[in-house]
Design a protein around this ligand. Structure first.
Ligand code: HSE
Length: 328
């Protein structure tokens, strides 16, 4: 299967690395772009060469070429859209996804902006063109939560979603709690380790968790909620004192997202007992789903990270290859 990749940030590097290390997957890179260049070769590019060039020159290909050239080349079966997220408009990723779908290509993305902005519209376009759209990597990094909702829990009525949906915030809160770091020290660490968004205010203001909650709610209940429908409080105002006070009552603080079809969507820091299943460490994420047949399901795993998120992208690519247009 021929794959075109837009965006070589943390997730893009992870995907290229895995394409290089796992040739047995049969995923052939035929086009790639970053913000200032592109490289297109219908007979296949070596992902290692692309990464080396990016590391040496800061560019993956020829300057003057870009995402538009990759999209128009049509030398791919699946477009993998991994450019930075714009939480409000979803652009330019939304246009990239619509263009690829309209040209009859499957799409896989880790880009939360366009999926939160217009999942229903993108799915309608994919259905019209007989192709698939998959977005596992948008929520929970490596955790296969979208697969679980769509496949494993198919036929269940889902009642509530509760979760820790932002690895950066969870990492910051864990480090403040365990090591007594200040908020600023813990945030600096999370940035160094590549967990935070290009603009980390998305993480700490709760916007990233809210977008993921929107995607989960729309996936579970077929809604068209947007970021504006979420009541959001971030962790930026939290002090080490607040964590110490919680600790004195055998509790801690975590940024929790909650959604239900009747009570709406909310993201806020919550004081919870240390024994609660959502008290997880570091960049872990967890999603609790209540289902009428299955009962309560909790999924937990690495919510951020280059190769971890690449795992979700690659799972989607393989699902599309195995199921074709019904892979959406
Ligand atoms: N910045 C995000 C997080 C990355 O920290 O969870 C994964 O979406």
């Amino acid at each position: 299967m021929r794959v075109a990749v837009l965006g070589i940030g943390s997730v893009g590097r992870g995907v290229l690395r895995m394409l290089a290390e796992k040739p047995e997957l049969g995923l052939v890179l035929t086009a790639v772009s970053d913000s200032s260049s592109a490289s297109i070769d219908p007979s296949g590019l070596d992902p290692r060469d692309v990464l080396d060039r990016k590391n040496l020159t800061g560019r993956c290909g020829e300057p003057g070429l870009g995402a538009g050239d990759v999209l128009a080349s049509d030398v791919y079966d699946v477009l993998v859209e991994l450019t930075p997220t714009d939480a409000r408009t979803g652009e330019p990723a939304l246009t990239h996804l619509r263009t690829a779908l309209a040209r009859g290509h499957h799409v896989v993305t880790s880009n939360k902006g366009p999926i939160a902005a217009d999942l229903a519209g993108l799915e309608a376009l994919a259905a019209e063109r007989g192709v698939a759209i998959r977005y596992e990597a948008t929520v929970g990094g490596a955790i296969p939560v979208i697969h679980a909702i769509r496949d494993g829990l198919a036929g269940n009525r889902l009642g509530e979603i509760t979760g820790v949906l932002n690895g950066t915030c969870n990492y910051i809160l864990t480090r403040m709690d365990d090591e007594g770091l200040t908020y600023e020290q813990a945030l600096a660490e999370a940035r160094e380790l590549g967990y935070a968004e290009a603009d980390p205010s998305y993480d700490v203001l709760g916007i990233d968790a809210a977008i993921k909650l929107v995607i989960l709610a729309n996936t579970c209940w077929g809604l068209s909620t947007t970021l504006d429908d979420v009541a959001i409080t971030g962790i930026d105002g939290l002090t080490a004192d607040a964590l110490r006070l919680a600790a004195s009552q055998d509790c801690t603080i975590r940024l929790i997202g909650e959604a239900s079809p009747t009570r709406g969507l909310k993201v806020a820091p919550r004081v919870i007992p240390r024994s609660h299943p959502l008290v997880i460490e570091g960049t872990l994420n967890a999603v609790m789903l209540s289902a009428d047949m299955a009962g309560e399901i909790t999924l937990m795993g690495k919510g951020a990270g280059s190769v971890e998120t690449a795992s979700a992208v690659i799972g989607d690519l393989i699902a599309i290859r195995e199921r074709g247009s019904s892979g959406g």
